[in-house]
Design a protein around this ligand. Structure first.
Ligand SMILES: *Cc1c(COP(=O)(O)O)cnc(C)c1O
Length: 409
């Protein structure tokens, strides 16, 4: 017996509950809906739009490449593949351990994480000498690394897991931010510790300042890999090229995605020590679209935008302004907690504040009515992640509207 689908009038599977707005155009930090209303975008595609909508340099790079070559598959080389890899090693390699680095291009973030896990396992067997099929990876509670069956196997979010088993074994979960528990979880089967330097989806949870450095020491002592998932925290968001830099830590392997595609197309990559990524020899891993010419053209333009370091500095400076203003909202009792790093903030609403929103969702609905786009993460927590290119006056407008939305419908 099959159950007929519920009649909703939509042909879309109901795996999202979007805010009631239908967008038509975008430019910089602003988008316009089909009725012509303008909204300030304080979500920025979960940081895939770090450079705003349709950044002229990124659109120009994409358009030029559309007129040349868009897809080859990796069966053949193309003229931008090696330059893209070299440029990414140039930007990120100095922030990693080791002296020689490689890039493995993929498309989505989840694919980059899967790639890093496969590389870590194979490295564990071939280099670290872990007995066959016994490799474990230590992960943190509250993580978000994507939506594949293996990745949800080590999620601690019941909604992400329920109904999707059986799960992939080989993961050990420890509380985020607790270096002692992390150290205790590492044993002779461990191949890697996989961490977000800041947990974005969890609500911009910034760990204790010495946590990542402690994780680095644990990995060094045990001879295992520190893999940093910088898909959301990386490429400028935290006020540095990698959030790991903000904690003075060099990972062995890093996953990048989201902003690497400039808000134009999915582009992800694993960048890591050559002796680790070298284990993925011909035929052992791949992707039809990974490293395609269009992706490399946009990725190269993204790297160009980040190379001078000015956007990272801008994120730090604007982030301080955001932090100061959000602290006032905490003092006023409108928020219970604020966490910021770079131009990235997690805010918890005060459930009992008079006239305040009852949930993160309600706050987003109120902001929508005020011409601001934002997205709740969990319960009463909202994330603010404007484009790094946002005009300071627009940022102030957004924060004014946030303060207003916290006090009335
Ligand atoms: C978004 C995200 C992913 C998954 O990226 P997709 O492109 O949605 O597959 C993985 N890790 C982190 C930290 C993310 O924020």
């Amino acid at each position: 017996m099959t159950t007929p689908p519920a009649v909703t009038g939509s042909a879309l599977a109901p795996n999202y509950h979007p805010l009631p707005v239908t967008l038509a155009t975008g430019e910089g930090s602003w988008v316009t809906d089909t009725a012509g209303r303008r909204y300030l975008d304080l979500l920025a595609g979960y940081s895939a739009l770090n450079f705003g909508h349709r950044h002229p340099a990124l659109v120009a790079a994409a358009q030029a490449q559309l007129d040349r070559l868009t897809l080859t598959s990796r069966a053949f080389d193309h003229e931008l593949l090696e330059p893209f890899a070299q440029a990414l090693v140039g930007l990120v390699g100095p922030l990693l351990t080791g002296t020689s680095h490689l890039v493995l291009p993929m498309n989505t973030g989840a694919e980059a994480v899967e790639t890093a896990l496969k590389a870590a396992r194979k490295w564990g067997y071939e280099v670290r000498g872990v007995p066959a099929d016994r490799a474990t990876v230590v992960v943190a509670e509250g993580n978000f690394h994507g939506r594949t069956t293996t990745i949800v196997s080590f999620s601690s979010d019941p909604d992400a897991r329920r109904g999707f088993g059986p799960f992939t074994p080989g993961f050990v979960t420890v509380p985020y931010g607790d270096a002692r528990r992390l150290a205790a979880a590492v044993d002779e089967t461990t191949v890697a510790v996989l961490l977000e330097p800041v947990q974005g989806e969890q609500g911009v949870v910034v760990p204790p300042l010495d946590y990542l450095a402690a994780a680095r020491r644990v990995c060094d002592d045990a001879g295992v890999l520190l893999v940093a998932d910088e898909i959301q925290s990386g490429l400028g968001r935290s006020g540095a090229t990698l959030a790991s830099e903000r904690f003075d830590v060099r990972p062995d392997v890093v996953t990048l995605g989201k902003a690497l595609g400039g808000g134009i197309l999915p582009v992800s990559a694993v960048v890591g020590r050559a002796d680790v990524l070298e284990v993925l020899t011909a035929g052992t891993h791949g992707s039809t679209f990974g490293g395609n010419p269009l992706a490399c053209a946009v990725g190269l333009a993204v790297i160009d935008l980040l190379t001078p370091g000015t956007l990272q500095a801008r994120a730090r400076a604007l982030g301080e302004r955001v932090g100061d203003r959000l602290d006032v909202l905490v003092d006023d009792g409108l928020l219970t907690d604020v966490r910021t790093i770079g131009l990235w903030a997690g805010v918890d609403i005060a459930p009992s504040s008079p006239g305040g929103p009852a949930s993160g969702r309600e706050l987003c609905e109120r902001l929508l009515r005020r011409g601001v786009l934002a997205k709740d993460t969990h319960g009463g927590t909202n994330r603010l992640a404007p484009p790094l290119t946002i005009d300071p006056a627009d940022l102030d407008t957004g924060l004014d509207r946030l303060a207003d939305a916290l006090t009335g419908p």
